[in-house]
Design a protein around this ligand. Structure first.
Ligand code: CIZ
Ligand code: SF4
Length: 319
């Protein structure tokens, strides 16, 4: 603990000296989230992280999250230095959507608008018409449907199916999944709900249909956080990465938060409600960025400019 405080103190100092700001996702270590808030950075979802980084005046952005978040920051702010605590922190959705295969899929369906989730590489975004996050996906797909467009969606199949059912849009889905949300179990959730009949069930739409169907609120991380803060219920069952419980507890201290069940009590679940890549973000990594300039994100041209188009389209839409 004393050592952690020394590390924190050194990070505070260096952030100020190096004109750097710390931008953290809700799923990373609580210490990093706290430090980001305390030093004038932000803790948020991928949409807000992107906007915050773009609008901030700091010369260096330290992005504590997974790789696509750092890439999006760099695409929006090419003149800033973007550093990440661990460059190996990736995402199963990004890994499951290789740019070459994705381009071939798009080429085979030229009549469709290409809409990709934020959780993709810069090269995949470069091939897309629109990027969306789970905060704005429904509104953007509704908008495209109203304009008469058919959609090619990638990579998360659960989120894609959820949006398809909610909007009635014609959507062709890539077959990707988040290894964390994919583990939530519908049958076990039913049992848990019986034990907590007054609990509100909050579900991120990267979860399977059997789980989404039982939700009182389906939404992005920021929407689920808001549901806890503003909700009237005393108890909440939360089906998303348990990293978010840190911020939920801070903002809604009186409420009881229960993690939604994953593969039961078995030791076979490799990513039980916590993303192994988000977990790679450590205070030591943040310090290394500041001391040594390690973990720099680069996005070469023309990929950067091409990817910028679909991100800007989303940011203009939500503005
Ligand atoms: O699961 C993720 O990686 C999420 C929810 C990202 C984000 O903030 O949109
Ligand atoms: Fe990707 Fe899932 Fe981890 Fe988010 S929680 S970074 S979607 S693997």
């Amino acid at each position: 603990p004393a050592e952690r405080e020394t590390t924190r103190e050194r990070i505070r100092q260096l952030l100020a000296e190096r004109d750097a700001v710390l931008i953290a996702h809700y799923y990373v270590d609580g210490d990093i989230q706290d430090l980001a808030l305390e030093t004038g950075g932000c803790v948020s979802d991928s949409l807000e992280m992107a906007r915050f980084g773009r609008d901030h005046t700091a010369r260096t952005l330290i992005v504590a999250g997974v790789r696509f978040m750092g890439e999006t920051a760099k695409i929006l702010s090419p003149d800033k230095t973007v550093l990440m605590p661990d460059l190996d922190a990736t995402c199963s959705l990004d890994l499951g959507c290789p740019p070459d295969e994705f381009a071939a899929f798009c080429d085979a369906h030229p009549d469709r608008k290409v809409v990709v989730y934020a959780n993709t590489s810069a090269a995949v975004k470069a091939r897309a018409d629109w990027m969306v996050t789970s905060s704005c996906a429904l509104a953007i797909v509704r908008h495209l449907k109203e304009q008469g467009h058919k959609i090619l969606w990638a990579p998360d199949r659960h989120l894609g199916r959820y949006i398809q059912e909610e909007t009635g849009a014609d959507m062709l889905l890539w077959n990707g999944a988040c290894i964390v949300h994919d583990e939530f179990k519908g049958v076990e959730l039913e049992l848990l709900r019986k034990e907590h009949p007054n609990a509100q069930v909050l579900v991120h739409p990267e979860s399977p249909r059997s789980v989404v169907e039982q939700a009182d609120v389906v939404g992005s991380t920021s929407q689920l956080l808001k549901a806890v803060v503003e909700g009237k219920a005393p108890e909440y069952i939360v089906a998303t990465d348990n990293g978010i419980l840190h911020r939920m507890r801070q903002l809604a201290p009186g409420k009881t938060l229960i993690e939604a069940p994953t593969a039961g009590s078995g030791a076979t679940c490799k990513s039980c409600a916590h993303c192994p890549w988000m977990a790679m973000n450590a205070l030591q990594g943040v310090l290394a960025c500041l001391e040594g300039g390690t973990g720099e994100i680069t996005v070469p041209e023309p990929v950067r400019s091409q990817a910028l188009g679909c991100i800007d389209r989303m940011l203009d839409f939500v503005a």
